[in-house]
Write a protein that binds this ligand. Sequence first.
Ligand SMILES: [Zn+2]
Ligand SMILES: [Zn+2]
Length: 432
Amino acid sequence: MNLATLIACATCGYALTEEHDGDDVIYRHPVSEDGRHQPAPIAASLLGDVYDRCHICSAGQPVWCYRTAELEAQGIGGSREIIQTYNTRWHVCLRCAQLIEADDPDGLTATSAAYMRWRPADPRYAILSMVHRAIVLTRESRRLLTTTDWPPAKLTPDMLPKIRDRLTGLLRGPADLAAPLHAPHTRRTLADELDRAPLYWVNQEFTDLTNEVTQDQPPAPVNDRIAPSPSGLLVWPQPVGANALATAISWTPQAHGWHMICYRSIGGGLADDLMPTLRHDIGWLVPIHSEHVARDATVDGNHPLGPLITCWLLMNQQMAETASATLPKAVTKAYQRRHGRAPDVRLVQIKPPCTTSTASPQGGGERTRATSAYRYWVSGHERNQAYGPGRRLRKRVTIEPFLKGPDDKPIKLSTTVRMLGRRQPSDGNDPG
Ligand SMILES: [Zn+2]
Ligand SMILES: [Zn+2]
């Protein structure tokens, strides 16, 4: 399930708030619907200009959605009485959230009046102040927003233990999460699994390779043969994939498959004084896609999980080597104090070219054509492999998709060689 799609009103371009009523989602305009048109929900990416700002100060990027009681403001004076009904969902930036959490409604009013340039004598200031007081007093819960378009954060491998700890802290913490991650059992299981999971850092060279070949990766069955470990959190130095959103993907075992989650990194471009709160309350990663992947379900390179599966395939065919990372002593020691063991961080990097062996990556004895000008994907297939005395016996072996051709050659895109069971390896796999 995609969690990153911002929904906005096609008529006015305002980002809409979401309420879940069973399976139904109710979209509302921010702040109040009074006197407005009906919301016309549409993916914000289809609109040119979308207004997606903090509902309180109108300035910051929204981070939290606060739920409050229904607020009504009654305007007295003038020729007629005005009653305004407000939304029960408020998208709030980090700075305003800090003031709400500190029970400081006056701070909220001062911040937003300053942005509007309203003086305390302005009658509108009194209404603002009343609304802010009501938000602070009647707030029920807050949910982490997953639709805000953040500039990515700068990540390095020695940050991984902390990044994981903040993620498990978020899962175990009081904040509401998007529906597929919200159930207490789901959150607890995920956090427990992530605590044990190895952390993979993909180096720049291997990230570039992954980015280059992911799009063309043929459908690959997701199974234990290609998974480098039962669970894991894999992190790239910058966003990858077709829409360049995901910076990390986790997988944890679930009945008949895995729970896989894509995350974007957050905090790029945020004011320094807000960083400690962001890192403490949320951390570095915000989930943007959550999916149960059944064992042997196929995933191709255009799928949101494509970059992960491409990495797995390349690791499986031993194009990558995985080495334990040497972390700064302070990081290891702090981790040992808290968890009683050193963090398991593994570096995924391109394996130096092997000059002595020409065996195929699957070890199946299939010979590479003498010279190829390109590297290209070969689809997964099954074939009979000779074995035993005199190689007279045959057994069925499954070959996962793999990238073929010399390491120093460019990648031929849009060329997937499909090998069918009846074909001989030598008669149908010319990349052209
Ligand atoms: Zn509208
Ligand atoms: Zn704000």
